[in-house]
Design a protein around this ligand. Structure first.
Ligand code: EPU
Length: 421
């Protein structure tokens, strides 16, 4: 199991380019199940979650080829079982994104329930309700969702809460339904918009993505498309928070300032300098940083996926910050690890109070999930002395070459590969 060995403190400075967004690439890959024609996807990040999904897609008959920096996916040998077995689903919840496309294209899907995960219970009831509203017969047996429909039929459906992958799953299914589907209380995340753009390039008729109401006029079939995945706002945002935490100066290339607005506004409020140009975003963290409360919420609110990194920043800010996590019920597992590095954080249910500024000191810490890992790595770069972040495989799920990008920004971070005993 790999670890990161970090020697700090260093001031992050320089230019870094955002990779393609993992959470946009995952649904884009599953869209290959909606067609027999090839999908050419550019800017797919080289991260472990993508490799995990490729294994599942391979099981479902999708052949993937990588040429000239693009991933070409084609469903050449459909698996008659249309199934996503437990072994391939349990390591990654996003595998459930194969359900909507398989059902819509093949009339049948058998997908293992993903089970719990480190950041909360995360049910998929909204995905299932949405597909049922489109006429699917959905049964839960032996830990599997079994969904059947000769042909889905367009309908009006309102999600009980905005769900990113739920919106994506039902939106994909609706593209091949007979008639019009109106989805209400949809997730408005940029990744949903990116998927809608891909689906439209494949010949679908999707409008309203990025708002709470999405309308899909079903078509008979979808075809080939080429599409470039949007830049990863969470990955890019992580480096920008790192700039402020280390009182550095980082320019993020190729990112969308609009998609990052909730973070950029917050960084300006805490006292950082934020400059946005057509090409890049420059953030400087010189001077005093103020503690400011934060509440996560669905887009366009502050993303839960940057909450852990913001907590690392607040440990070095002046004052007390209350961080409220409203999206997931168990997403403060980085707090006790930050405390091992000298932070003073008190967690009470969905709220954490961070008392700053505290000097951070290097320590051995354990990553518990993807974004918690990123938070600990940033804290390690800012801390005095040596930090070893264990279980870095969580980080590898969603950050492309993080140690290389951090090294380019001046951090002293190395990957230690430790053979499994
Ligand atoms: N929820 C339900 N029922 C459902 C679906 C969701 O109760 O059927 C609840 C969840 O338990 C949660 C809330 O609704 O409390 C929102 O969850 P959502 O469904 O939006 O999350 P997700 O689609 O499973 C995606 C990202 C996550 C990101 C969340 C929130 C992907 C592959 N994953 O998850 O990314 O945190 O949206 O923005 O898109 C990450 O990249 O580290 C990550 C966890």
């Amino acid at each position: 199991m790999d670890k990161f060995h970090i020697v700090g403190p260093t001031r992050l400075a320089g230019r870094v380019r955002a990779s393609g967004a993992k959470n946009a690439a995952l649904p884009a890959l599953t869209a290959s199940l909606l067609t027999d024609a090839p999908l050419t996807l550019r800017r797919v990040p080289h991260v472990r979650d993508i490799r995990t999904l490729q294994k599942l897609l391979d099981h479902l008959g999708v052949v993937t080829e990588e040429t000239g920096g693009a991933l070409i996916l084609r469903r050449e040998r459909p698996n008659p079982e249309h199934d996503a077995p437990y072994d391939l689903v349990r390591t990654m919840r996003a595998s459930v994104l194969v359900l909507g496309p398989l059902l819509a294209k093949e009339g049948h899907a058998r997908v293992s329930l993903p089970g719990g995960c480190a950041i909360g219970v995360r049910p998929i009831d909204q995905h299932l309700k949405g597909l049922t509203a489109l006429g699917a017969d959905v049964q839960l047996t032996h830990g599997y969702v079994e969904a059947t429909a000769a042909r889905l039929v367009g309908a009006r459906f309102r999600f009980d809460m905005p769900t990113v992958t739920g919106t994506e799953n039902v939106m994909m299914a609706a593209t091949l339904a007979r008639g019009t589907t109106v989805l209400e209380c949809c997730a408005c995340e940029p990744e949903v918009v990116d998927l809608a753009n891909l689906l439209n390039a494949m010949g679908a008729h999707v409008s309203g993505a990025g708002t709470e109401t999405i309308v899909v006029d079903g078509v008979e079939s979808l075809g080939a498309a080429e599409h470039a995945i949007i830049p990863d706002r969470i990955e890019g945002g992580t480096y920008l928070i790192g700039a402020v935490l280390t009182r550095g100066d980082v320019t993020l290339e190729g990112a969308s300032a609009a998609d990052l607005a909730p973070l950029l506004d917050k960084l300006a409020e805490v006292g950082a300098s934020v400059e946005v140009s057509a090409e890049d975003i420059r953030v400087q963290g010189a001077g005093d940083i103020q503690s400011l409360d934060l509440e996560t919420s669905p887009h366009p609110g502050f993303p839960t996926d940057l909450q852990a990194q913001y907590m690392a920043l607040m440990t070095r800010a002046d004052g007390v910050a209350t961080i409220s996590e409203t999206v997931f019920e168990n997403r403060f597992q980085h707090a006790p690890e930050l405390a091992r590095m000298g932070a003073d954080i008190r967690v009470d249910g969905g709220r954490a109070r961070v008392y700053g500024p505290k000097p951070l000191t290097g320590a051995g810490v354990m990553a518990t999930d993807l974004r918690a890992s990123a938070c600990l790595v940033l804290a390690g770069v800012a801390a005095q002395g040596e930090t070893v972040v264990d279980r870095i495989y969580h980080l590898d799920r969603g950050y492309e070459g993080m140690e290389l990008k951090l090294q380019k920004l001046g951090a002293r971070v190395a990957r230690w590969s430790v053979p499994m005993s």
